[in-house]
Design a protein around this ligand. Structure first.
Ligand SMILES: *[C@@H]1O[C@H](CO)[C@@H](O)[C@H](O)[C@H]1NC(C)=O
Ligand SMILES: *[C@@H]1O[C@H](CO)[C@@H](O)[C@H](O)[C@H]1NC(C)=O
Ligand SMILES: *[C@@H]1O[C@H](CO)[C@@H](O)[C@H](O)[C@H]1NC(C)=O
Ligand SMILES: *[C@@H]1O[C@H](CO)[C@@H](O)[C@H](O)[C@H]1NC(C)=O
Ligand SMILES: *[C@@H]1O[C@H](CO)[C@@H](O)[C@H](O)[C@H]1NC(C)=O
Ligand SMILES: *[C@@H]1O[C@H](CO)[C@@H](O)[C@H](O)[C@H]1NC(C)=O
Length: 746
């Protein structure tokens, strides 16, 4: 491997130089090995890896499926020298990833109001979906939840090789025909944060129970959100502890999931704070190996929105999911002393305020932070007996509620920073209503101008069919793709705002120690919640079409996604109230029914992905990193001249200084025989798009046909900045196969 080893070790060399200043601390490192180089004297790969390290107990994991190599707790010097060994392809430091829930978790007492959803149309496929296994890598699972009830379920699929492990507070007998496996991978977490986590698949944070029950829950009477989405069979895996999910632990969970025989991997975490190249991104590496074995990997895109270009899990073989709102609202009302009535949102479920108006106060204390209602900023003399207006900030609404109540306040109005209305509702230890900036400004103005401002907070019921919805959530990750801008990301959006799902008995709904409440279900927001919805749909498609590749399943979800809301207007961005674009929602909002029969798919073979990797201008050794298990001679003789030429179901066209860009795509017929499709192009006036041919007839099922598309830049050089969007749609009376196109000039 020669010179490359040194180049990739540079960060570690720097690290060891630094460590002269601070005491040399051991770090969890991932050592990527050339799987085929094992000398015969070593019986197993593990023996070989141990022979390479000075102390055998520094090896945390050895990997065989998601990755080839091992994780070890090493001092920087040793990591450095490992890199000089020929069979070592790469050594890099393990990173921490965070769970993608936004703000404080929220709470709702179950209301029978939701009624039974429209799950029935899926019944047949749902039956088959019980044979599809979803591996949920997260903070573990609460097996006693009713959402994992297995009444009436068929036997566990024979091919399943996994198991439920015995661990602290976890009896393997708790697993059943719905929750068929449970393991934990917390060696790295324990090494880095000793004692921080109970070493068990049991979920002590709630996140994993919530995501697993969203991806694959049994229908629970009166909690129909579950009824609307796919089933599948869950297996919960704890690879995330209170300090996050370490790369080494995550990779171990992926490794095991692949070997155990899951069909879908659902990962609601990531690290979007750095644009990590694919060969040092464990999710990308693990997902690549999963994809090669036919496993769909669905991941949260991250919660750094609305800032652009901060999005994680962007490898083209991963489904990156953003979050949209759902058509359900938790109404509440604000009546001011001037008789003006405003609508807000709340899920407050405690004692009501009575019928008398009380005083209203905003930002009156000496401390300028009092507008955020931070600890020590509210003066009891100004707040006592009143409803306090608090601007949203870093502090969660539960903590604010406590501060308000400690200072003698009797209620709270949370004013969000975004225009329309805040979609994540607040959690309430005191009566609380959340409003957007527009309403918030009106209420603040009233508070400022009225000599004796008064208010009453009222709490309504859950309303369904709220318009417009969905909208792109404020926090949802936004493109463009920071690693490969030629691939449009996120891929789709799914429900991720105020999602109701199972919750552990041992964890309070707010996750705070002071909160002593318990709940069977909890309301959370985040791309963490959107990801398992998408994983569930992927499982459903897999059940309907067991032979489809992960890329075909992804394509089905993307090309059938919709981009009109329930008022038939373009899906909006909740931040601006204006139409969102493919950088916000990718191909659109997933449509579970249509995704089952997409008509045509953009399939991507393993060879295409190899060609993509060869085209990344990664050095040859790095390509080997992805291929290390194959006894192949990777010549990389086949390359894309442009990465955007990958057979992806969406387009991202970078003009930069180019005047014309030419791509070709291949469609596979998965619909009826003798299907005819015609293309419709929507493009900004600044681009000329031509597609050839404009009409295609597929005589057989499985038939493949290619088309080419040319994008001509019509902007003159000086004006060549910014972005615009369009669509390429292949359709007939029955099917619509849509691909968004993002155009970028700078
Ligand atoms: C640090 O790692 C080295 C091997 O690289 C090992 O010999 C040493 O015992 C480790 N130290 C600790 C504190 O784990
Ligand atoms: C993401 O990775 C970077 C670099 O390793 C690290 O500094 C950061 O803390 C990680 N973020 C999270 C949320 O774990
Ligand atoms: C569901 O709700 C209905 C109506 O509120 C109630 O009668 C029934 O007992 C509930 N079922 C369960 C299982 O909670
Ligand atoms: C205002 O309150 C904050 C938060 O408690 C505190 O950090 C800060 O020092 C206070 N500022 C003043 C001027 O008292
Ligand atoms: C791999 O390909 C290179 C160049 O294409 C060739 O020189 C080499 O002998 C091949 N190695 C094997 C093992 O086939
Ligand atoms: C486009 O820009 C790249 C570098 O940004 C440069 O190498 C190339 O020559 C330019 N091409 C044209 C046609 O101007």
């Amino acid at each position: 491997m020669g010179s490359m080893g040194k180049l990739w070790l540079l960060p570690l060399v720097l690290l060891s130089a630094l460590s002269l200043l601070s005491a040399a601390a051991n770090k969890t490192c991932l050592v990527h090995m050339n799987h085929n180089s094992k000398p015969h004297i070593h019986a197993t790969h593990r023996d070989w890896y141990q022979s390479l390290t000075s102390t055998s107990d520094c090896i945390l994991y050895t990997y065989n499926a998601a990755f080839h190599g091992f994780a070890a707790y090493l001092d920087p010097e040793e990591a450095d020298s490992l890199g000089n060994i020929d069979a070592v392809l790469n050594v890099f430091e393990s990173r921490m990833n965070s769970l993608k829930t936004t703000r404080t978790p929220e709470f709702l007492c179950i209301d029978s109001n939701f009624g039974l959803g429209d799950g029935r149309q899926f019944q047949e496929i749902e039956q088959a979906a019980h044979n599809v296994i979803i591996g949920v890598i997260d903070s573990g699972v609460w097996p006693e939840s009713r959402s994992f009830d297995d009444t009436g379920l068929p036997e566990i699929p024979k091919r399943w090789k996994g198991k439920c492990v015995s661990a602290k507070n976890f009896n393997p007998k708790l697993c059943n025909k719905k929750l068929i496996g449970a393991r934990y991978f917390l060696i790295e977490h324990e090494k880095e944060f000793p004692g921080a986590e109970v070493l068990s698949p049991r979920d002590y944070s709630g996140h994993g129970t919530h995501t697993a029950s969203t991806a694959a829950a049994s229908p629970v009477a009166n909690v129909s959100m579950f009824g609307r989405y796919a089933r599948g069979t869950a297996r919960g895996m704890a690879a995330c502890g209170s300090k996050g999910c370490g790369d080494a632990d995550t990779l171990a969970a992926m490794d095991r999931a692949i070997l155990d025989g899951v069909d879908v991997i659902s990962m609601s975490f990531g690290n979007d704070s750095v644009a990590i190249p694919y060969h040092e991104n464990t999710a990308a590496l693990g997902a690549f190996n999963a994809m090669k074995r036919g496993i769909v990997v669905s991941c949260a895109g991250g919660n750094s929105g609305p800032i652009r270009t901060i999005i994680g899990n962007v490898a083209p073989w991963i489904l990156a999911v953003g979050a949209g709102s759902i058509d359900r609202d938790f109404r509440a009302y604000i009546l001011l002393g001037n008789k003006h009535l405003y609508r807000g949102m709340s899920i407050y479920d405690g004692p009501r305020m009575g019928k008398k108006l009380v005083g209203l106060v905003y930002h009156r204390g000496k401390n300028s932070s009092s507008k955020y209602c931070l600890e020590g900023t509210l003066e009891p003399d100004l707040v006592r007996g009143k409803v306090v207006i608090c601007d949203v900030g870093d502090l969660g609404s539960v903590e604010k509620g406590l501060i308000v109540s400690k200072a003698g306040g009797v209620g709270m109005i949370i004013v969000n920073e975004i225009a329309l209305k805040e979609l994540s509702v607040g959690l309430d230890l005191v009566p609380t209503v959340a409003v957007g900036t527009k309403v918030g400004d009106l209420i603040k103005k009233y508070e400022k101008t009225d000599p004796k401002p008064k208010v009453l907070l009222g709490f309504g019921r859950t309303e369904v069919n709220v318009q417009p919805s969905p909208m792109v959530a404020e926090f949802s990750c936004r493109g463009p793709n920071p690693v490969t801008p030629q691939i449009l990301k996120p891929d789709i959006i799914s429900p991720g705002v105020n999602i109701l799902a199972a919750w552990p008995d041992a964890v309070s709904p707010s996750n705070l120690e002071i909160d002593k409440r318990t709940t069977k279900f909890n309301l959370l927001s985040g791309t963490s919640m959107a990801c398992p919805h998408a994983s569930g749909i992927a499982a459903l498609i897999k059940a309907a079409h067991p032979s489809w590749s992960p890329s075909a399943i992804k394509s089905a979800m993307m090309t059938t996604a919709y981009n009109l809301d329930n008022t038939l207007s373009p899906i909006r961005d909740v931040v601006t109230g204006k139409p969102a674009n493919p950088w916000d929602y990718g191909s659109g909002h997933k449509d579970p029914t249509k995704a089952l029969s997409p008509g045509l798919v953009y399939d991507i073979s393993k060879e295409d992905y190899t060609k993509f990797l060869c085209s990344l201008r990664y050095p040859h050794d790095i390509i080997e990193v992805f291929m290390s298990h194959l006894k192949l001679n990777i010549s990389c003789s086949n390359k894309f001249s442009d990465l955007g030429d990958l057979n992806y179901p969406s387009f991202s066209v970078l003009f930069k200084n180019k005047t014309s860009i030419h791509y070709s795509r291949e469609l596979t017929n998965v619909g009826p025989v003798n299907s005819m499709y015609e293309v419709t192009v929507t493009a900004p006036s600044t681009v000329q798009v031509s597609v050839k041919p404009a009409k295609m007839v597929f005589k057989k099922v499985g038939e493949k046909q290619r088309y080419t598309v040319t994008f001509k830049n019509k902007k003159n050089k000086k004006a060549a900045v910014g972005a615009a969007f369009g669509w390429i749609v292949w359709s007939n009376a029955q099917y619509k196969v849509s691909s968004p196109v993002a155009f970028t000039w700078t």
